[in-house]
Design a protein around this ligand. Structure first.
Ligand SMILES: NC(=O)c1ccc[n+]([C@@H]2O[C@H](COP(=O)([O-])OP(=O)(O)OC[C@H]3O[C@@H](n4cnc5c(N)ncnc54)[C@H](OP(=O)(O)O)[C@@H]3O)[C@@H](O)[C@H]2O)c1
Length: 345
């Protein structure tokens, strides 16, 4: 157990108070700095990610809805200022990444030591945090779930987003041809990532995809869900995979947090059974949810290596002070920017 004596006693933080508009339901305040309980550390945050999860929490549509009021913040990069009893392998001063799913939007966060991963000292904090949830999600969907070969063609939905920009860069680096959907205003940005842009509002997207990929694509990465999963399934080549990694389809009311996911769950189960019966021409549908653990740390380390090599260039859409959190969430809600928003306490 040890403490950094330069850590301040107060802890500025952001609180989400209720479901509603970011400008009224996200407020800043301060508390006392937490102390580290057994098995935990306190981290002084250098950068915390703003993610679509907070948009869903604000709309009370997140699959694991927290109780209001709470401190949001899915992931963070910072330095340990206190280690609790029983913590081994980590010391005060170590630079770490963590994905606590909540609580990162404050200057000091208590985090279980078992979910920490090391962060290279030279890496920009915003870049490092952009790779935690979004980067590991992109990496694992591509390399652990889809298992594609160079030369394959894939479709990435939301190629202009936090996950999509990284997934596109990783896929291009792997030698894949990437068709990336985005709103037309962001097609130049998608092109710069090495993908061929398509408009997700195209009413015959499956037909359009048959132009560049007459036999279908080897993988579709979909975070919208709903009926779009049928279009994605129709785009697949024989043996292809549809990866469903969220259901952010519009049209649900606050509190209906589970209902958007029902169509994806149902289709996954039905297509799994159909595949077992040999009825899908080898096509499969699978769901993905990022989790801490052994692979998480190894994959994050690989992502940091790819940044060092210049392969990955994470897009940072904005760096904001804690009191600017409502504006950062508003930017995600309105879809006005490309890449990742980050809070710098
Ligand atoms: N399963 C997991 O473990 C996991 C992990 C991380 C994130 N996620 C989920 O992944 C999704 C993306 O997160 P993010 O941080 O990348 O969000 P983001 O930065 O807000 O990006 C969202 C992207 O979706 C695009 N989009 C909007 N409407 C669309 C539609 N109807 N069809 C296809 N694309 C559409 C946007 O394009 P325009 O801006 O051009 O409109 C944008 O590129 C979220 O739903 C998030 O919850 C899941």
């Amino acid at each position: 157990m040890s403490v950094d004596t330069t850590a301040t006693a107060v802890n500025p933080r952001v609180v989400m108070t209720a479901s509603g508009e970011p400008e009224t339901c996200i407020v800043t305040g301060q508390e006392s700095r937490p102390t580290a309980r057994p098995g935990k550390v306190v981290v002084r945050v250098e950068a915390a990610g703003v993610s679509y999860a907070e948009v869903q929490m604000l709309q009370h549509l997140h699959p694991f809805p927290p109780r209001f009021p709470f401190v949001p913040g899915y992931d963070l990069v910072g330095r340990i200022v206190e280690t609790g009893p029983g913590v081994t392998g980590w010391s005060v001063g170590d630079r770490v990444a963590a994905m606590p799913r909540q609580g990162a939007w404050q200057e000091y966060v208590e985090v279980p030591a078992k979910i920490l991963a090391p962060v290279p000292a030279h890496l920009d904090a915003a870049v490092a945090v952009s790779l935690i949830t979004n980067g590991v999600t992109a990496y694992q969907m591509l390399h652990r779930l889809a298992r594609l070969a160079p030369g394959d063609t894939v479709l990435v939905h939301g190629a202009s987003g936090g996950v999509g920009t990284l997934l596109t860069q990783l896929a291009v680096h792997h030698g894949l041809r990437v068709l990336g959907t985005a709103s037309p205003a962001k097609h130049d940005a998608v092109r710069e990532l090495g993908a061929e842009p398509l408009d997700y509002r195209d009413p015959d997207l499956a037909g359009t995809v048959r132009g560049p990929a007459p036999d279908g694509v080897r993988a579709v990465f979909d975070h919208i869900g709903g009926r779009g999963l049928d279009a994605g399934w129709a785009m697949l080549a024989d043996g292809g995979v549809l990866v469903s990694f969220d259901s952010s389809v519009a049209g649900y009311r606050p509190g209906q947090w589970f209902r958007p996911h029902v169509p994806a769950l149902r289709r996954t189960v039905v297509r799994w059974a159909a595949r077992l019966l040999g009825l899908t021409r080898g096509r499969r549908q699978t769901m993905y949810y990022v989790k801490p653990g052994e692979h998480f740390n190894a994959d994050l380390a690989e992502l940091y290596r790819l940044v060092d090599e210049g392969v990955l260039r994470p897009e940072i859409a904005g760096r904001h002070a804690l009191h600017e959190a409502p504006a950062a969430v508003r930017a995600l809600l309105d879809g006005t920017t490309v890449g990742k928003h980050v809070l710098i306490p």
